[in-house]
Write a protein of this length. Structure first.
Length: 405
């Protein structure tokens, strides 16, 4: 589609709002970590299982979710995924114990894993190439804004009404777009009819899995997921245990990190459309450099002065979250209009693997060294590896995204 759909910006607004509502519930688990530690009596290592339980579903269902998005279309796959996510979160609010809580988070994560591929396909369907970076940045900004609002609101709800009320609020917000957005997203049904025959003819096209640059790209996604997991899973607890903030103060710092992610996703998306459009991998290297810098600061100093801690958290959000929109644009362009859902699903799966591995590695380093400094230093090394990969393999990755499909 050379010029894009006439209503593409309205459709993007609805997609972004729906994504933000989903993020409120799914990423809202992170700022509730201190309350969950108290409610379930968790150890620091057990904390490592909370956020990954959501993303474990993504590991199993992101590729099928991508195929669903390609076959069923954006509307049904997106809103169906949100409905399943809301069901899991609502059940988690009534969980009798920690194991059951993790199982219900897994169910919610299965629904959440369908959402990302559907959104990636939606942007490929209605936006021309010259606007995709901006569109993906706006969409990803919805994710971080939803998480930002959650970081501000949910700790307060948990403090006043208890953690179960906060988790229930997550489920209710995730469910809100399911009926509200259904009629507005009707234009995506035309895209399903247009591409349906081609989908059936190429159902088994996995040639991308034999191209080294694509595999290196998804390997980088795993490392980037680990970087993100360090901030997502342990920043709240680090703020409480190492910096001395209370739960509401920690929630504020998490909100600062989400604000950094939201702003950078929008800015980097627009920048990648205007400059270095054919070299989007350079922008991945830039965010990784910032992650190296901020993790090194965390490893060297404990900055407890609130304004400085907030500024550092903001930059941490840029490094940990700012790359996601660019990453999904590249993956969708590698797949083209025919396989954008599948490749977006693969991108999500690679990130999810990092999100699953990262908290466990960080937690083990924290427990073995009894120090946040050692853990942050190790993850600065991981971010350095991502930077080198993006710089050295970037040209080959960019050529893959520019291949005609």
């Amino acid at each position: 589609m050379t010029e894009g759909h006439a209503r593409r910006w309205l459709l993007l607004t609805v997609l972004t709002t729906s994504y933000g509502a989903g993020a409120f519930g799914m990423l809202g688990i992170s700022p509730l970590t201190p309350s969950l530690v108290e409610g379930f009596g968790l150890t620091r290592l057990q904390v490592a299982f909370i956020v990954p339980s959501i993303y474990l579903g993504g590991l199993f269902f992101s590729l099928p979710g991508g195929r669903l998005a390609d076959r069923l279309g954006v509307r049904r796959s997106l809103l169906g995924g949100l409905a399943l996510g809301a069901l899991g979160l609502t059940a988690a609010a009534a969980a009798p114990g920690f194991v059951a809580f993790l199982v219900f988070l897994f169910l919610a994560g299965c629904g959440w894993s369908i959402v990302n591929p559907a959104l990636g396909k939606g942007i490929m369907d209605v936006f021309p190439m010259r606007e995709r970076g901006m569109a993906m940045g706006v969409k990803q900004m919805g994710l971080t804004l939803g998480a930002l609002v959650a970081a501000l609101a949910l700790p307060l709800i948990a403090t006043t009404l208890g953690w179960r009320a906060a988790i229930l609020a997550c489920g209710v917000v995730v469910a809100m777009p399911v009926l509200a957005a259904w009629p507005v997203l009707a234009p995506f049904e035309a895209a399903v009819a247009h591409t349906g025959a081609r989908q059936r003819r190429h159902a088994a096209d996995w040639a991308w899995a034999r191209r080294p640059a694509v595999l290196v790209f998804f390997g980088g996604g795993l490392l980037l997921g680990m970087v993100q997991a360090a901030v997502l899973s342990y920043l709240p607890l680090y703020c409480v245990q190492a910096l001395g903030f209370d739960k509401i103060g920690a929630g504020f710092l998490v909100a600062c990190s989400q604000a950094g992610g939201a702003a950078s996703r929008l800015v980097l998306g627009a920048a990648s459309d205007r400059w270095l459009t054919g070299r989007r991998s350079v922008w991945l290297a830039l965010t990784s450099v910032l992650a190296v810098a901020i993790f090194a600061v965390y490893a060297a100093w404990s900055v407890a002065w609130a304004p400085a801690a907030g500024a550092l958290a903001f930059v941490a959000g840029v490094g940990a979250y700012g790359w996601v929109g660019i990453f999904f644009v590249i993956s969708a362009e590698v797949g083209g209009s025919r396989q954008a859902g599948l490749l977006s699903g693969m991108a999500f799966a690679s990130i999810v693997m990092g999100l699953l591995i990262g908290p466990t590695v960080f937690g083990l380093l924290l427990v073995s060294a009894d120090s946040y400094r050692a853990a942050w230093a190790a993850f600065a090394g991981i971010a350095t590896l991502v930077t080198l990969t993006a710089l050295l393999a970037g040209p080959a990755i960019d050529r893959e995204s520019a291949r005609p499909r």
